[in-house]
Write a protein that binds this ligand. Structure first.
Ligand code: ATP
Ligand code: MG
Ligand code: MG
Ligand code: MG
Length: 469
């Protein structure tokens, strides 16, 4: 069986042998892109190379990139524990051509690596192409011998990639693996494509245009390639599993969680173990890259992730801080490939212990209040916004934690009511301070409050101007 560590090494080695520079993953906090919360694809560290603003000594690169999709345009937080294929933290393997090879060779590399080096059965693979891209289907037939029935034309933006509102863009082609008819779900482009039977493993982006003001798109003189493959999804296939959470790395974390809680790994708490395993990884890697739990921006996204995991640990019966005890299981799995988590291990353990200790009594009391209020609602009821706000304001429950807690019972939160309660509290605070005469302090306090309030909402927004695969 190929371990995740072997798969990563084989991937990078294939592209190294084919003239690509092996470049390290960039940190999760993007260095020079304030519009982006976390690195969420392999191309992020190469943005300026693609636009030509930055020159490198190589024209081909390959990476295993740490990614977090828990905020901004790509937010998979709510998928974790519910689909077989989504994590908040995952590794994206990629190859890049900066004005060097293009479409045909990108397809050839992907197909050769998958079917020859990794030995995937050809009849389990199918691809999507952008419906207006006439070249990609020709190459898929020529290189892979795929029949028309397994080259699916998609007319939506799912298969047309853009870096931003302007700049490089182009069609993409995605490779899917068919896990077989025992798993529900239809092929890409069909009405039930959201199932987990056909799993998207690799996205090949063909950057061939430069977009200016609306309606002005010109061909790039030297088109480029950007690809991304999810290591966990690929490992599942190679390890004979359907579900990412059954692969070596995540399984080790789930077993550690089972051991620490005394709850069966695949019993009634299966989802909770998965959430704990996923969020532990995201939390550890974020902290190792310098993000610490706080009430604003990136630190608040981290805090939300950790608090969600703490609720699941609590449900499994943990009454003492638990997450910090699982860190060694993670460093054992991933420390060799990512030494930064070894270097940060004691910081991560201490921060987790402190964060969980502080939240524990609030969590218990908040969950009590939530159970009481939820009991008053009928089936599939909606929790009033003021209650969700009280949980947030008094008990430190991020809105999404409350939503996650109610989801299992088919209930939801009145989010507009929540926002209104938040605005009202700000208003009250402002009025209470009026005329106190302490002008300087007052301004500072309001600035701070404004900042905290605004950024807490930032964490919930689903839109931002960010580019990724
Ligand atoms: P999906 O449609 O399954 O959500 P995506 O289209 O959002 O995936 P891309 O943005 O194309 O994904 O990213 C490239 C690759 O990264 C995907 O083909 C997949 O293998 C992997 N990937 C994307 N999101 C996740 C995630 N949340 N967890 C694990 N792997 C992921
Ligand atoms: Mg997605
Ligand atoms: Mg997709
Ligand atoms: Mg995709």
């Amino acid at each position: 069986m190929s371990s995740s560590n072997d798969i990563r090494a084989t991937f990078l080695d294939y592209f190294r042998r084919n003239g690509h520079e092996v470049v390290e993953s960039s940190p999760l906090v993007p260095r020079n892109d304030p519009t982006l919360m976390f690195a969420n694809s392999g191309m992020v560290q190469f943005k300026n190379v693609f636009t030509g603003q930055e020159k490198r000594s190589y024209q081909r690169a390959t990476t295993a990139q740490k990614c977090v999709r828990a905020g901004g345009k790509h937010n998979d937080l709510d998928n974790v524990g519910y689909t077989a294929r989504h994590h908040t933290f995952f590794e994206m393997l990629g190859n890049f051509s900066f004005g060097d090879y293009f479409k045909e060779q990108a397809i050839e590399h992907a197909w050769t690596l998958l079917t020859r080096d990794f030995g995937l059965p050809k009849d389990k693979l199918l691809v999507t192409v952008y419906s207006e891209d006439e070249e990609a289907p020709v190459y898929w037939k020529k290189v892979a011998g795929l029949p028309d029935s397994r080259i699916i034309r998609i007319p939506t933006s799912d298969n047309f990639w853009r870096m931003g509102d302007t700049g490089p863009c182009g069609p993409c082609s995605e490779i899917f693996f068919d896990h077989g008819d025992k798993i529900p779900g239809g092929p890409p482009g069909s009405p039930d494509e959201d199932g987990d039977r056909f799993i998207e493993i690799w996205n090949l982006v063909f950057m061939q245009y430069e977009e200016g003001p609306p309606g002005t798109r010109v061909p790039l003189p030297r088109p480029s390639i950007d690809t991304g493959m999810g290591l966990e999804r690929f490992a599942a296939i190679l390890q004979g599993k359907h579900d990412n959470y059954d692969t070596d790395t995540l399984r080790a974390l789930i077993l550690a969680s089972a051991e620490a809680t005394g709850q069966e790994p695949d019993g009634q708490w299966k989802t909770s173990h998965r959430v704990v395993a996923d969020h532990l990884r995201a939390g550890t890697f974020l902290m190792a890259d310098g993000v610490l739990p706080s009430n604003e921006g990136r630190g608040y996204v981290l805090r939300r992730i950790l608090r969600r995991a703490m609720r699941h640990a609590h449900m499994m019966g943990a009454r003492e801080p638990l997450l910090h005890r699982l860190v060694p299981a993670l460093t054992r799995q991933m420390g060799a490939a990512y030494p930064e988590i070894l270097r940060a291990e004691s910081l991560v353990v201490e921060t987790l212990r402190l964060e969980e200790t502080r939240f524990r009594s609030l969590l218990e009391r908040g969950l009590g209040l939530l159970a009481e209020e939820s009991g008053k609602l009928g089936d599939k009821g909606t929790l009033p916004g003021e209650v969700a706000f009280k949980l947030y304001d008094t008990y430190g429950f991020p809105l999404d934690l409350t939503q996650d807690a109610l989801r299992g019972e088919g209930k939801s939160v009145d989010t507009e009511g929540f926002a209104a309660a938040m605005a009202e509290q700000k208003q009250r605070a402002r009025a209470a301070w009026a005329g106190s005469g302490e002008a300087a302090t007052e301004t500072q306090w309001f600035d701070l409050k404004e900042k905290l309030g605004a950024s807490e909402f930032l964490g919930y927004s689903t839109e931002s101007a960010e580019g990724s695969i």
